[in-house]
Design a protein around this ligand. Structure first.
Ligand code: SAH
Ligand code: SF4
Length: 398
């Protein structure tokens, strides 16, 4: 796809229910589960109670088998097993980096694969999950962007990534253990894997609502961060309908450069994006918007860029997360020199913004930001095509 190709949003979402097949309970919101139970014979009066019971088994205890749901009558458990399944994405490969980062390749319906990354830190652990197979957008520095979009993930496939990682980390409580007794291994979730989450809004919202539900996985909304390249019309809904934290892939301080790096900028430019952020319902000093800024040598990393950046975002409660560029085979950019990254961070910091530099993690297993791309989709564009898309045919972007 060339950089000037139209940006499309009309991607497929697999239906939750195949015509006559059983319904996957994972990914149904409480309301949807209630409807599904009633439709398959649960008396309406009991439905809410049954949802609560099943919900606890699935999301507090990590149960997968209806037979284990011992507070439900035997006959009812058999009914459930006739109409429903409890299905998660299947892990086909797990790599563990020297720094402890884990990268999972998981297979979803249709044989497609997406990547999920777990990043342990001293006092927390972050799970980076995917929202689409590939991405329709073609950010020129992003490995995922070289992979054509195959389809949107369902809500079940999104929350399923969290459950799969909890399985692998042994995070579900043992019978007899109280809720909240175990230290949380997955304390934070970032929607920063493959795909543009705001092009799959409803499924991402439902999956995050399930993840936040207080009688289940119960992760606080403040510990979930959704990262978008700047799908302006959907930004306000993130605050209104999900309530999680917001990160923006900003990456440039002029439209000319941002057009090259983040092509969605041609549709919604820097001013339009910043106007939407100024009007963002949830922005406050305690809930700052994160501006992600990938450091590309000689492209967007000058002192002038740093000064322009702080001017542009004036008035927006923000922090700036500097991401040293992670290389991938054929990438048309280089990581900025460390000195320059620090100078940039310093200018931003002195202007009054937190400016952490994101430590690259899991690079040895290609698990770092922007390196994700599923193994089934390795057929890469040629180096020349990537350079042409990035506007590098006649030298670097200005
Ligand atoms: N599609 C969403 C979320 C996924 S990308 C978005 O673009 O925001 C998560 C973050 O990693 C984004 O800020 C993205 O711009 C950044 N990123 C992509 N490729 C990268 C690379 N090669 N090195 C460093 N960061 C990268
Ligand atoms: Fe898609 Fe985000 Fe990569 Fe851009 S940076 S191509 S929006 S995944």
């Amino acid at each position: 796809m060339s950089a000037s190709a139209p940006i499309t949003q009309d991607v497929l979402t697999l239906p939750r229910k195949l015509p006559d097949g059983p319904i996957n309970l994972i990914g149904l919101t409480r309301d949807a589960m209630r409807d599904a139970l009633i439709a398959t014979g649960t008396p309406e009066k009991q439905a809410r109670m049954r949802v609560s019971q099943i919900w606890q088994w699935l999301y507090v205890w990590g149960a997968r088998d209806f037979e284990a749901m011992t507070n439900l009558a035997k006959g009812y458990r058999a009914d459930l097993a006739r109409h429903f399944v409890v299905e998660l994405p299947e892990v086909v490969r797990r790599d563990i980096s020297a720094d402890g980062t884990r990268k999972y390749l998981v297979r979803i319906a249709g044989g497609h694969e997406v990547e999920v990354v777990y990043i342990p830190e001293e006092d927390r652990g972050t799970l980076c999950i995917s929202s689409q197979v590939g991405c329709t957008l073609t950010c020129s520095f992003c490995h995922t962007g070289t992979q054509k979009l195959v389809r949107n993930l369902t809500a079940g496939e999104i929350v399923g990534q969290v459950m799969m990682a909890r399985d692998d980390l042994g995070e579900w409580p043992e019978p007899g253990e109280g809720m909240g007794e175990r230290p949380r291994l997955i304390s934070n979730i970032v929607l920063m894997g493959m795909g543009e989450p705001l092009y799959n809004f409803d499924n991402v919202r439902d999956a995050m609502k399930i993840t936040m539900d207080g009688e289940g996985i119960a992760l606080s909304r403040r510990r979930i961060t959704l990262s978008t390249s700047g799908v302006v019309p959907e930004i306000a809904r993130t605050a209104e309908e999900i309530g999680c934290m917001l990160a923006i892939s900003f990456h440039a301080t002029t439209d000319a450069v941002r057009d090259q790096l983040v092509p969605i900028n041609k549709r919604w430019n820097i001013k339009t994006l910043l106007d939407a952020l100024r009007a963002y319902p949830k922005a406050s000093n305690s809930e700052r918007i994160t501006f992600e800024y990938v450091m590309l040598k000689g492209v967007n990393d000058s002192d002038d860029d740093a000064r322009r950046l702080v001017k542009l975002i004036a008035g927006i409660p923000a922090k700036i997360n500097l991401i040293p560029f992670n290389e991938w085979p054929g990438a048309p950019y280089q990581r900025s020199d460390w000195d320059q990254i620090e100078r940039f961070a310093d200018i931003v910091y002195k202007a009054g913004y937190a400016s952490p530099i994101r430590t690259p993690r899991g690079e040895d297993i290609m698990a770092a930001c922007g390196q994700l791309k599923s193994a089934t989709e390795r057929a890469r564009k040629s180096r020349a095509q990537i350079a042409a898309d990035a506007g590098l045919g006649h030298g670097r972007p200005a």
